[in-house]
Design a protein around this ligand. Structure first.
Ligand SMILES: [Fe+2]
Length: 180
């Protein structure tokens, strides 16, 4: 279950209803997948081979097709990040840059944890969305954000795209963003 931290006040929002209400207000799509559908050996497995990645995608085939039908996604894949990922620290350093995309950025977390840092309404400022397995989130197009891992530095997520170049990151210069 996702949890929210408002960066300016350190207020934490927990509980399904409150989280859903907060994200809906910020126009961030938030849904759930049932990750218990995953075969045991694919759960919390951060070194999936190609065959296992295909298995994860086929496990969630109906959920993916449903999202695609509602929201226009045409391609999808699986991303895994862990200590086994070459140059993980370098990669994460590169991620930590506030940016936008011309299409929405949707992720379904199927293992591990991650955080989206998103620019909310002007009165609110930036907020963190801490994601756990089963959380499906979409950062709206043209909304400044970035993604990083949590302390365990492990994640498996399904990504969906409308078109391949819709995901190009455009750096967003924001003096109001405070990192820590
Ligand atoms: Fe992004």
């Amino acid at each position: 279950m996702a949890e929210i931290v408002i960066r300016n006040t350190n207020e934490r929002i927990t509980g399904e209803e409150a989280v859903q209400e907060f994200l809906a207000k910020q126009e961030v799509l938030y849904e759930k997948w049932d990750v218990t559908k995953l075969p045991e050996e694919l759960r919390e497995n951060f070194t999936l081979n190609d065959e296992q990645k295909a298995q994860v995608l086929s496990t969630f085939d109906s959920e993916i097709k449903d999202l695609a039908a509602r929201r226009g996604y045409k391609i999808w894949d699986i991303i895994t990040l862990s200590e086994a990922t070459p140059n993980l620290e370098e990669l994460l350093a590169k991620f930590e840059d506030v940016h936008t995309h011309t299409e929405d950025e949707i992720r379904a977390i199927v293992g591990g944890k991650g955080i989206f840092i998103i620019k909310g309404s002007d009165d609110l400022g930036y907020f963190n969305v801490e994601l756990s397995p089963g959380d499906v989130i979409s950062v709206p197009e043209n909304t400044p954000h970035f993604f990083t891992l949590m302390e365990n530095q492990q994640i498996v997520a399904v990504r969906l795209f409308i078109e391949e170049n819709g995901w190009i990151a455009e750096h967003y210069d924001d003096p109001s963003f405070v990192k820590a």
